[in-house]
Structures are given as C-alpha cells and as structure tokens.
Ligand binder design. Structure first.
Ligand SMILES: [Zn+2]
Length: 545
C-alpha cells in the first residue's frame, strides 16, 4: 500500500472513531433526557446465554439485546423505546415474568453486538445443543473414524459441536497440542502427536471464526477484543478423566491464531523404565531418589520431556515423612502430597525470590522449574550445600556441557563442584509402530554409523523403518521414550571442575566411569528395535540447530 493510501485509510479510521465517540455521547445525552440508563453496549462483555433470551430475528427487528440477567431481573439494551417492534418484544418479556431494566444504546453498538454474536451460532435451535450433550464419547469416536474428514464434518455442525469433535479428535490421537493457523482465506489445523506437528484439516476462515469465538467464549476471553494476545483455560471430561486445556490466542495479520495445549490431569507418572531408562541409567535413577542433598539437573531443549522426568523423580522422592515444595511456571500436573507453587514473572515472585521464600518453609526436597539466571543458580547451589535435594532444569544440549554453562553464567567452580550431584541430558524419540513398521536389513551406511557411534553396541542385522497405519494415525510411530546421558559428579570430576578443566578432560573422566552419550543410547534403542535411525537423527539434529 502506498503512503498516500495508508494515510487515507488511517484518517478514515480516526474519523470513524471520532464519529463513534460522538454517537455514544449523543446516546448518553438522549438517555438522560428520557430518564433512562445508558450503556456502551459495544464495550460491554456479554455472556451469550443472555443473548439467547430474545430470539435473533426479533432482536434484529426490535434493535434490542438482552445483556445481563440475575434471577428474573433482566437488563435490555435498545436503540429506541418508541419503536413498535421494540415495544412488542418488551411486552413478550414481561409476559414471561421478567423484571426489565431498560438501557439506551447507540445504533452502532447494537449492530456490533448482533454481528459479533451471530458468529457464535448460539442462535441455532437449542435442541441441537442439547442433543450434543447427550451424545456419548463413543458416538464421537465413530464419527472421527477418519481424522481427515473432521474438516468436512465441522462445516455442517454448530461451533460447540465442532469444538467437541476437535477435543475428542485430540484425545483419540493422543495429541498434546492443537494449532489453528489462519492464512489469507483458510485456516490450517495441526495436531502435535508425539512431539511432531501434523496437518489434520483445513477450513475456510469463515468457519474458523465460529470456532475461534466458541473457544474465546468457553475460556471466558473478551470476545470483542482481537488485537491483543489473550490466555485462558477450559476443561472437559474424557473417559472419566478431567482434561485441562490451556489456550493462547494471538493477533495475526488476518484472524487470530490459537494454540490449545491438552493437559491430562489423570496422567500417571509412570516408572523410569516406562519412560525408557534402562540398565545402568535405570539403576542410577533409582539411586537418585534416595539422595539427601545435592543438585540434580535435567537438561535439554523445550519438548525433550524434562518435565516428565522431573515429575517422575519427585514421585520417587515422595513419602509422608518428607516435605517437597515445587516452584513452577506453569504448574502442569498436580501431584498428591507435594506443595506446588506457581511463580508470577510479572510480580515479584520469580524463581530466585520464590526459592528463597520456599527454603524458609523447611523443605527436604525442592524443585525449581528452570535455572535461567545466576541468582537462581546460586540460590539453588546454596540450598543443595545446606542439606536439601534440589531438582531443576537447564537449557543445554549435553550433560557435561552444563558445567561450563554454569561457569559462564558466573558461578564459581568451588560452589558448583560440591553442590552438583547428577546431570541428566535427554531427548524424546518416538517408538516405532510395530503394526506397520518394516524390519529391513541394515544398509552399509547405517552399519558405518553404528560403528562410528559406539564400539559397545552389537550391530543389528535388521533395523525398523516407519510406515504408517490406522493404529498409529498414519505417523508410523506410537508413544515416545527417552534417549539419555547421565553424569554423576564424583571426587575425580569434582577436582577437575575446581581446576576448570576443559570439556575433553571432563568427558574422558566420565567415560572411565561408564558415561555414554545420548546418541549411543539412541543407537542402542535402534538396535533393540524400539525406534529408527531417522528418529534418532531427527531429535539430535533438532537440538543442534
Ligand atoms: Zn502403524
């Protein structure tokens, strides 16, 4: 757009704003003259349930909307109390025993409300909505036999039904997130399944807007605001479990974009074995839950499963005679017997100050969501040195790399060395779907990579390659497991840290005690037919970017 056109567009908008203000002021004046209340209805958040009280065609003709109700007291906003259609609607309401409170509103305001809420489709016959609630999950599951047909289906149902279908679809595929990504005309809906985003369907922006409004309504966001980010939550029941959904809406060039994260509060934190720890690593994890003091750090990029491992460790520590306090942002899962505290970055309750506060609560074990700054790092180390087990996460790629990282943050080696107990680095690889996966003879290339990665792994004759079937939602994989590297700081490593030894020396010392890398662990899992070479490459490459 040229500057000139831009200028014209902007001045038109300014003019419109001025006209609107003028209209509202005039309406206020008129209300005073008539002895009525005034309401700036366009700026008033309205529960759509109230809007249903006056049927849509009548609301339109009478230029009147019901916007608030307590018991039989009903507030109505209208444009002209002398309009015969308006009078008719008011009489009907009175005959239904409503006690009316009349508010004068501007013509533009009334139009805005009618238009905004029309998109919600709340005006559809209520019987449809009721029948939705009666529908069992089983029926839905049948309806989403083919996920790809969801887009087709969504065009023919109410927004409320559409959201139900998407929720069940997400549960059925065990998706962790649903992304709505609007472009010029269409909105792409993608599900994150086992850490990877898949396009599920595409709908017209017109249909998407109905779902957007439904989500905003369900999460109690402001429906009439679309130019600032909003956050909210809603929940639903699925197979007797309560599913929490965390929703984030952000403005884009076209329509707002939504990301919904599905948190299964009934999720059990399974054993370390089920997470994918085995052999020496599994043994080490068991030992870790017995320590009385020292720091345990879990490292890896976002989405590498750090939180799950952290929670499983907490579960391992958890016993009635121990006091466990966590500092989290946000609290993702609720654990019985543990005091969980939510930090507030905007307020003064951040990780560093929060940690100082919770240490005054006499805990045995503390979990700090993330170490991002020197203050949190030092307070955590102090806590570890004064008899607490401290669990936290750090954004580094490898386990041993965390040592130079902490030094770079500004920590003194003489604080790090005695405070650190164990560092774990991990990624999540997807488990191969054995219903469709193909077991094929190992190629020369693959064999070479096995040899280069480790001498300790027995090279398999065959390895799996992913295909895709109905059971795995055509992804070729089902579920995930960790690939991991762990280092425990013993006296020798402690001495090396104190002397600021280079990485190579640290790795060498750790190797002597049986340290193996994440890649080695990944290839071992390929050899054991749990996953594929491609998958190990994917997660290790992602983290190196
Ligand atoms: Zn499959």
């Amino acid at each position: 757009m040229s500057d000139d056109k831009n200028y014209k567009k902007e001045s038109a908008q300014v003019l419109q704003g001025i006209n609107r203000d003028f209209e509202e002021k005039n309406t206020l004046k008129k209300a005073k003259e008539l002895g009525l209340s005034y309401v700036n209805i366009g700026k008033t958040p309205i529960n759509p349930d109230y809007l249903k009280i006056i049927p849509p065609d009548e609301s339109q003709k009478a230029r009147a909307v019901a916007f608030y109700r307590v018991g039989d007291k009903l507030r109505v906003a209208l444009e002209d109390p002398e309009n015969p259609e308006t009078k008719k609607v008011l009489e009907t309401l009175k005959s239904k025993d409503y006690k009316l409170n009349i508010n004068l509103a501007s013509s533009s305001g009334i139009t805005e409300v009618i238009q905004t809420y029309q998109n919600l489709q709340i005006y559809r016959k209520t019987e449809i909505v009721e029948s939705v609630e009666e529908k069992s999950i089983k029926t839905y599951e049948k309806e989403i036999a083919e996920l790809a047909s969801l887009g087709e289906k969504i065009r023919t149902v109410t927004a409320e039904e559409a959201l139900n279908l998407i929720n069940i679809g997400a549960m059925k595929t065990k998706a962790s997130d649903v992304h709505y990504e609007p472009t010029d005309k269409n909105t792409v809906v993608r599900f994150r399944i086992d850490g990877v985003l898949y396009k599920v369907f595409e709908i017209k922006n017109k249909d998407y807007k109905n779902i957007l409004n439904q989500i905003k309504y369900t999460t109690k966001m402001k429906l009439n605001i679309s130019d600032v980010p909003q956050d909210g939550r809603y929940n639903f029941a699925y197979n007797d479990r309560k599913i929490d959904v965390r929703v984030s809406v952000i403005p884009t060039e076209t329509v707002e974009s939504i990301v919904c994260r599905f948190l299964d509060s009934g999720k059990e934190f399974t054993s370390f074995e089920d997470l994918g720890f085995e052999d020496k690593n599994l043994e080490n994890m068991g030992e870790l839950t017995k320590i009385s003091h020292g720091m345990i750090l879990i490292t890896g990029p976002t989405g590498s499963g750090k939180t799950t491992t952290l929670y499983s460790l907490l579960q391992g520590f958890n016993s009635p005679e121990k006091k466990i306090i966590t500092l989290e942002n946000p609290i993702e899962y609720h654990l019985d017997g543990i005091v969980q505290s939510q930090i507030n970055e905007k307020g003064d309750y951040n990780f560093a100050s929060g940690l100082r506060s919770i240490l005054r609560q006499d805990p045995d074990i503390v979990m700090v969501g993330e170490i991002r700054d020197i203050e949190t790092a030092e307070t955590s180390a102090q806590a570890a040195l004064t008899g607490h087990a401290v669990l936290s996460t750090l954004h580094t790629n490898g386990a041993i790399e965390s040592i130079p990282r902490l030094i770079n943050m500004g920590m003194e080696p003489f604080v790090i060395a005695p405070a650190l107990d164990t560092i774990i680095a991990q990624r999540l690889v997807r488990r191969i779907c054995k219903d469709c996966g193909k077991l094929e003879p190992i190629t020369e290339q693959e064999k070479k990579e096995f040899e280069e990665t480790s001498k300790d792994i027995k090279i398999p004759e065959k390895v799996y390659h992913a295909q895709g079937c109905d059971k795995c939602s055509k992804t070729g994989y089902i579920g995930r497991m960790v690939i991991v590297e762990m280092v425990t700081i013993d006296e020798e490593l402690e001495a090396l840290i104190l002397n600021k030894a280079p990485m190579a020396k640290l790795v060498e010392a750790a190797r002597k005690k049986g340290f193996t890398t994440m890649k080695e662990n990944g290839f071992k899992k390929v050899a054991e037919h749990h996953t594929t070479v491609e998958e190990v490459h994917r997660v290790i490459r992602v983290s190196e970017e």
